[in-house]
Design a protein around this ligand. Sequence first.
Ligand SMILES: *[C@@H]1O[C@H](CO)[C@@H](O)[C@H](O)[C@H]1NC(C)=O
Ligand SMILES: *[C@@H]1O[C@H](CO)[C@@H](O)[C@H](O)[C@H]1NC(C)=O
Ligand SMILES: *[C@@H]1O[C@H](CO)[C@@H](O)[C@H](O)[C@H]1NC(C)=O
Ligand SMILES: *[C@@H]1O[C@H](CO)[C@@H](O)[C@H](O)[C@H]1NC(C)=O
Ligand SMILES: *[C@@H]1O[C@H](CO)[C@@H](O)[C@H](O)[C@H]1NC(C)=O
Ligand SMILES: *[C@@H]1O[C@H](CO)[C@@H](O)[C@H](O)[C@H]1NC(C)=O
Ligand SMILES: *[C@@H]1O[C@H](CO)[C@@H](O)[C@H](O)[C@H]1NC(C)=O
Ligand SMILES: *[C@@H]1O[C@H](CO)[C@@H](O)[C@H](O)[C@H]1NC(C)=O
Ligand SMILES: *[C@@H]1O[C@H](CO)[C@@H](O)[C@H](O)[C@H]1NC(C)=O
Ligand SMILES: *[C@@H]1O[C@H](CO)[C@@H](O)[C@H](O)[C@H]1NC(C)=O
Length: 342
Amino acid sequence: MTFLELLLLSSLPIAFSFSHFAFGATTTLLPDIEVQALQDIAKTLGKKDWNFSIDPCSKQPPWFFSNASKGHENAVTCNCTFANSTVCHVVSILLKAQRLPGTVPPESELVRLPYLQVIDLTRNYLNGTIPPEWGSMKLVSISLLGNRVSGSIPKELANITTLKSLSIEYNQFSGNLPPKLGNLPQIERMLMSSNNFTGEIPATFAKLTTLKDFRIADNHFSGSIPDFIQNWTNLEKLGLSGPIPTGSSFLAKVNDLRISDLNGTDMSFPLISSMTKLKTLILMSCNIIGPLPEYLGQLPNLSTLDISFNKLSGGIPSNFRSLRQVEYHEGMDNCYFSLHLV
Ligand SMILES: *[C@@H]1O[C@H](CO)[C@@H](O)[C@H](O)[C@H]1NC(C)=O
Ligand SMILES: *[C@@H]1O[C@H](CO)[C@@H](O)[C@H](O)[C@H]1NC(C)=O
Ligand SMILES: *[C@@H]1O[C@H](CO)[C@@H](O)[C@H](O)[C@H]1NC(C)=O
Ligand SMILES: *[C@@H]1O[C@H](CO)[C@@H](O)[C@H](O)[C@H]1NC(C)=O
Ligand SMILES: *[C@@H]1O[C@H](CO)[C@@H](O)[C@H](O)[C@H]1NC(C)=O
Ligand SMILES: *[C@@H]1O[C@H](CO)[C@@H](O)[C@H](O)[C@H]1NC(C)=O
Ligand SMILES: *[C@@H]1O[C@H](CO)[C@@H](O)[C@H](O)[C@H]1NC(C)=O
Ligand SMILES: *[C@@H]1O[C@H](CO)[C@@H](O)[C@H](O)[C@H]1NC(C)=O
Ligand SMILES: *[C@@H]1O[C@H](CO)[C@@H](O)[C@H](O)[C@H]1NC(C)=O
Ligand SMILES: *[C@@H]1O[C@H](CO)[C@@H](O)[C@H](O)[C@H]1NC(C)=O
């Protein structure tokens, strides 16, 4: 058994050798093992500009760009309050839209950052798979959104009891969703749209009542969206493709509902009159027939309405004039009017 394995299996507080890594004139309060982990992670990700002559915890470029625009964050953050402020640990790595060409860091690298809470590699060119061993970490937020990551979601991720956000939209994930994910006690965001997942939504997901944001559109799931989502009473945002659940009428906190690409049979407009907080309603290509319900015109905060590529009839109810903020999307104009009204 290696030293690292011993460390991982040990339930005792982790004790590293704190022979602080020297950087020329500078030293860091970051343990050697974490510095070396960062060096390996840089190689794996293809991150070329991390300069190890500069303290990774310095909050200075190239480790931390305070001027980065939203969506392009480029920052390593440490918590330096350990052992009476004599020891730092890496707590967050944000590398968004950095054109990283490499692969997802394997377990041997990330687990050497035992205090890491946030790993955000949004919009890069990373491939590879999520290693099951990530399940041993105390992560709070994982984002691989917009990469080329494949394979299935390891069931071991269900061990991350601290996990609040899992964002893996726009990748090449496949396989079934592990039923064990239904055990995640704190999960608030589960964003999995635009992958190649198959199978059904596991029945265990009924327990995920902490969810605020759930998106699974544009996959290859079979079966319908289970009725139990009506028990996700904290849900604010929902994105699906698949038959609209009848239970959706209970989701009173939802302000963002996106349902697209239903290949089912014709259906009438879904009953969403209890979703009084709706700001965004997108029901694209859902084979919806019949008239638009009048209550839509009374939703006070609805500002984006996209109902393009349906088979609606009957025109826009007269009370829709009260929808002052509605943006009439091009798609709605083109398809709603020209294809189905004229
Ligand atoms: C790394 O930082 C050191 C110290 O600031 C500097 O002298 C060196 O040129 C930097 N290296 C690169 C490759 O930028
Ligand atoms: C941020 O600052 C760095 C130098 O510290 C500079 O190279 C970079 O262009 C700046 N980025 C933006 C978006 O202003
Ligand atoms: C740093 O870590 C300490 C000890 O775990 C914790 O109490 C504190 O809240 C952390 N600080 C930040 C800014 O996360
Ligand atoms: C923590 O550091 C402060 C200031 O360096 C020192 O006064 C104090 O005795 C230290 N506490 C412990 C428990 O070492
Ligand atoms: C990841 O991409 C690299 C080249 O960019 C390729 O050599 C490697 O085989 C790919 N790995 C996987 C798992 O697809
Ligand atoms: C996950 O937890 C189970 C027990 O709950 C344990 O057997 C398994 O080894 C853990 N896996 C990881 C990767 O930590
Ligand atoms: C998605 O999965 C299906 C069935 O498993 C497979 O035939 C297809 O090639 C996959 N598509 C992509 C883009 O991976
Ligand atoms: C919703 O939760 C209640 C109470 O926990 C439970 O009795 C009911 O079966 C659940 N509904 C669904 C559809 O799972
Ligand atoms: C719906 O059907 C069209 C054409 O039959 C197909 O191209 C598309 O992939 C299907 N979408 C889904 C979500 O199954
Ligand atoms: C509409 O938005 C306003 C401002 O954000 C908010 O105060 C109000 O509660 C919202 N109304 C509903 C029904 O959600």
